[in-house]
Unconditional design. Structure first.
Length: 313
């Protein structure tokens, strides 16, 4: 495993934050004018735009910080973005459970994304520090990823995420009374002098908890590529920036890629093994990128040309 790197310049950090703030402003204000009514074509164009932005930023890293850093960024980005696909299907289930109207879904995603930006930084900083201080932590992360991969691979179709069983939702209901109807874009409402939470707030809390759970898997996975805080965080955040458009795209294509979850489980297994073997055998970054892209391509093409046949009753 390569030592922890902090060689990225302060200027690159500054450029990163300028781009991220501008991108979030564009995505969450200008592009938010659709109010949840986004066509499949529009969602596809937005996804292409955010992926292109990440590609250009990686090109800047290549130019100013060198090809090795750029390859680590690209690999971390592709890995994080692919893992986000599974997270988006969970978001779809959360919105369905709370029956969030389409025009309110962008606001829920807005707060979910802003919360993820903060939580991911804390998780990444902690993960990097743990690996730096305790080298054996890399084996814990690797074992966690292999366990997650096996669990995902063996999960039955009817064992989907159930928002009603979310720990944070159960705790929240004990603290704050929850209404069953929506009151515009408000998180709270007053009735007879008593404050109630709306389902919109409950949905945001469950989204944050689900992202926290996914971060436990995705961040160790990116740490298998590099322990440079900047590269891990920037690849994560560029993937998060595109989550809203990815959600709208996948919500219109749900069920069209049945083999994708198997591809994601294979990727998690690969990076888990990579972490376990890190001190004995080094897998080049370019090889890791090739495996991740290759597995994704195979799972998508297999879903397109060899869809599973449904058993007739």
């Amino acid at each position: 495993m390569e030592p922890v790197s902090t060689s990225v310049s302060i200027a690159m950090w500054a450029a990163f934050w300028v781009i991220v703030i501008a991108a979030l402003f564009i995505d969450l204000t200008i592009l938010n004018k659709h109010h949840g009514k986004v066509s499949l074509k529009e969602a596809g164009l937005m996804v292409a735009a955010w992926v292109s932005l990440a590609a250009l930023f990686g090109g800047a890293i290549w130019l100013f910080e060198g090809p090795h850093h750029a390859l680590e960024f690209y690999t971390g980005y592709v890995l994080e973005y692919s893992l986000s696909v599974d997270n988006m299907f969970v978001f779809i289930m959360i919105f369905g459970y709370f029956a969030i109207p389409p025009h309110l879904q962008p606001k829920a995603l807005l707060w979910g994304i802003l919360g993820a930006v903060v939580l991911r930084f804390l998780f990444i900083f902690l993960g990097v520090q743990l690996i730096s201080m305790f080298s054996w932590t890399i084996y814990v992360f690797g074992a966690l990823l292999i366990f997650t991969a096996a669990k995902m691979l063996l999960q039955k179709e009817d064992e989907n995420f159930d928002p009603s069983q979310s720990f944070i939702l159960k705790v929240f209901k004990k603290i704050m009374p929850l209404k069953t109807d929506y009151h515009g874009e408000n998180f709270f409402t007053l009735e007879q002098g008593r404050r109630f939470a709306t389902p919109l707030l409950a949905a945001v809390l469950v989204i944050e908890m689900s992202d926290l759970i996914f971060a436990v898997d995705s961040i160790p996975a990116v740490l298998s590529i590099t322990q440079d805080t900047f590269l891990v965080y920037s690849s994560n955040i560029f993937a998060i920036i595109g989550l809203r458009s990815l959600y709208f795209l996948l919500s219109g294509m749900a069920g069209k890629f049945p083999y994708l979850k198997y591809g994601i489980s294979v990727i998690l297994f690969f990076v888990g093994v990579k972490m376990l073997l890190s001190h004995a055998f080094h897998i080049p970054v370019l090889a890791s990128l090739g495996v991740i892209v290759g597995v994704l391509a195979v799972s998508i093409l297999a879903s397109r040309f060899f869809p599973p046949t449904k058993i007739q009753d």
